[in-house]
Design a protein around this ligand. Structure first.
Ligand code: GLU
Length: 621
């Protein structure tokens, strides 16, 4: 289904967007009534009246500009900024701020993220690393006890130990300054209005809150802000967060300085150092210091780049493994084709998914061994043809290789038999996060994935400020994934935990071709690669490539491939016949609410999920 969406901006989002464009916004009485004191209870959902939730839409076609993400409020804000003359980066920052309001368990100023930006005028792709960072006191054994045993994972998640120095506010400031056309203050205003006046609770928000209700109840401030009498707010009711609105106002007027070196920073530190809990439940605090917080810097990095079907695939380098792993998977698919002489387009669904699974498991073995926040990631080799050709040799067309697959050697020597690698087990990563895409009227593009790690992050809310702190440091491996093998993802001082986030931009000779990304922890890598393969190899329209059942092979030592929707299908049975162990998830647990924008002959096609994760919101102009 293809629809144009521009006529469908609701009262709420039009108001919010109007504020960003200097059109004036809501009545002064509403704004004043909601200004909170630090101890004020959160008022119950003011101001929204009976406004319906804005339309979610899985596809929209335009000739000028486009946005997509999971949330209709954020997409409407992004579109309005673009229509008002703003740039892709302007819209991206404004959308991210709005997602901090409507998707507070997946992202927000207490977290971090990775962003790709393509400048149409130069054709250059830039990246911003806004990843959370470990305090300087962290060591390689931070998450083990005196006997060397791993600390209890859940206990670490729900404690100060998991909280990294947040990167998102500094990243927005850098993004706006370097690549935007509007000041950060203008970009935060629509989200401030949204937080102040609220959004309509949908089933997805309700379910995410309810699933976390017990955990949130351990932290009185989190319960006060996000629960209603200990339960999730009802679907269809309005949810406002005036304290978060006030934080946005302060970031707008005082700058992000206040977050890193001012009063908001002091509140972040106090809560991270000594989280407030209900009686009888103690959690460990973070050793984060004012220096750790005050010295945070987002980093501009060169993107990963690899060739695929005559196009260039740009991705995120370390500390994310997204760019390397997605690039290696696509390289392997091409090399399987060279090796067998049979292209993916000629294969039936089972054989296609078999190859895809083998490529994914191989890439996971390699990223676990070689990618992390270390100085010597061998990008050129990992993404080169020589390594891909050597690694493609291990694929068997008619059976699944036993898992875990051993890691390879990106050493530049691909003519002799490589030394045996070792098995690489798959470490845990959360499955939350959110993603947004923007293309503006000049052809500039943003692909931005942002997170607080687990759904609800650490569960710890900064008192009086309405936002959750991340648990990103649990993305470090607590102990080496393979005993005796160097692990690039152990904790360390000032180190950033390895990510799977894979915001991706693909270009061809004519320029921009695809912008895509998704949440989903380690499944991000397989989902992004599968959407790209589905679109380009299987000729699926982007919206169908996003909606298609997914297979996520992450080289699990039990040999399990996470199956999102294949169970019972002929392809699912075929894969089982080839020796794949499918681990089906229930539909409610389908992860990876993806979105993207493709450039087609008809124009820009914005696409989002149809069903998975509650659907998404595409807009185009
Ligand atoms: N922390 C994960 C990562 O950086 C993302 C979490 C998620 O997607 O849920 O890869």
């Amino acid at each position: 289904m293809t629809q144009h969406s521009t006529g469908r901006i609701t009262r709420r989002s039009a108001l919010a967007a109007g504020a960003a464009l200097g059109a004036g916004a809501l009545g002064a009485s509403q704004a004043m009534a909601a200004a909170p004191g630090p101890e004020a209870p959160v008022p119950s959902d003011p101001g929204l009246g009976s406004a319906p939730e804005p339309l979610k839409l899985n596809e929209a076609v335009g000739t000028t500009a486009a946005v997509s993400c999971v949330d209709p409020y954020a997409s409407d804000i992004g579109l309005s900024i673009l229509q008002g003359g703003g740039s892709a980066m302007d819209a991206a920052v404004a959308m991210a701020a709005a997602l901090g309001v409507t998707e507070p368990y997946s992202c927000g100023i207490g977290g971090g993220g990775f962003l790709l930006y393509r400048d149409a005028a130069t054709g250059l792709v830039h990246t911003i690393d806004g990843r959370e960072t470990a305090p300087m006191s962290y060591t390689e054994t931070q998450f083990t006890d005196a006997s060397g045993a791993e600390l209890d994972f859940d206990a670490v998640v729900n404690s100060g130990l998991s909280i990294g120095v947040p990167g998102t506010p500094a990243m927005w400031a850098l993004a706006a300054e370097h690549f935007g056309t509007l000041p950060l203050g203008a970009l935060l205003e629509p989200a401030e209005q949204l937080a102040l006046h609220g959004f309509v609770v949908d089933q997805h928000f309700h379910d995410q809150t309810q699933e976390n209700a017990e955990r949130f109840s351990r932290f009185p401030e989190t319960a006060r802000v996000f629960l209603r009498d200990g339960r999730a707010p009802e679907v269809g009711t309005a949810f406002a967060n005036p304290e978060l609105a006030d934080v946005y106002r302060r970031l707008r007027t005082e700058g992000v300085e206040t977050f890193y070196r001012g009063e908001i920073g002091a509140a972040v530190l106090a809560e991270a150092n000594a989280p407030s809990t209900v009686a009888g439940r103690e959690v460990q605090g973070s050793p984060m210091t004012a220096e750790d917080l005050g010295s945070y810097v987002p980093v501009l990095r060169a993107p990963t780049v690899s060739q695929y079907r005559g196009m260039l695939v740009f991705g995120m380098p370390a500390p994310s493994s997204g760019g390397v792993a997605v690039g290696e998977i696509l390289n392997l698919l091409e090399h399987y084709e060279l090796r067998t002489g049979i292209g993916l387009a000629q294969l039936g669904e089972t054989d296609y998914l078999h190859r895809f699974s083998e490529a994914c498991a191989t890439a996971f073995a390699d990223r676990n061994r070689w990618v992390g926040d270390v100085a010597d990631v061998p990008y050129a080799e990992l993404l080169g043809d020589g390594f891909a050709a050597e690694r493609a040799e291990i694929m068997r067309p008619s059976s699944a290789r036993p898992r875990p697959i051993l890691f390879g050697w990106p050493d530049g020597d691909y003519t002799t038999t490589p030394p045996a690698g070792a098995a690489q087990q798959e470490p845990y990563e959360g499955q939350s996060t959110t993603h947004l895409n923007v293309v503006d009227q000049w052809g500039n593009a943003v692909s931005y994935t942002l997170t607080i790690e687990q759904t609800g992050g650490s569960g710890i809310t900064v008192p009086g400020h309405g936002f959750l702190l991340n648990n990103e440091l649990t993305d470090f491996n607590f102990v080496p994934v393979t005993p005796g093998v160097p692990d690039p993802n152990l904790p360390g001082p000032g180190k950033r935990p390895r990510s799977s986030m894979a915001p991706t931009i693909i270009t061809d000779a004519a320029g921009l071709r695809l912008v895509v990304g998704t949440p989903g922890g380690a499944t991000i890598i397989t989902s992004v690669a599968q959407i790209i393969a589905g679109h380009f190899e299987r000729a699926l329209p982007l919206v169908d490539a996003i909606a298609a059942p997914r297979l996520s092979s992450r080289n699990d030592e039990d040999g399990e491939d996470t199956d999102l929707g294949l169970a019972g299908s002929p392809a699912g049975r075929g894969l089982t016949g080839l020796g794949h162990h499918l681990a089906p998830r229930e539909e409610k647990d389908w992860i990876g609410n993806a979105s993207g924008i493709s450039r087609e002959a008809i124009g820009l096609v914005a696409a989002a999920e149809t069903v998975r994760g509650g659907g998404g919101a595409a807009r185009a102009w």
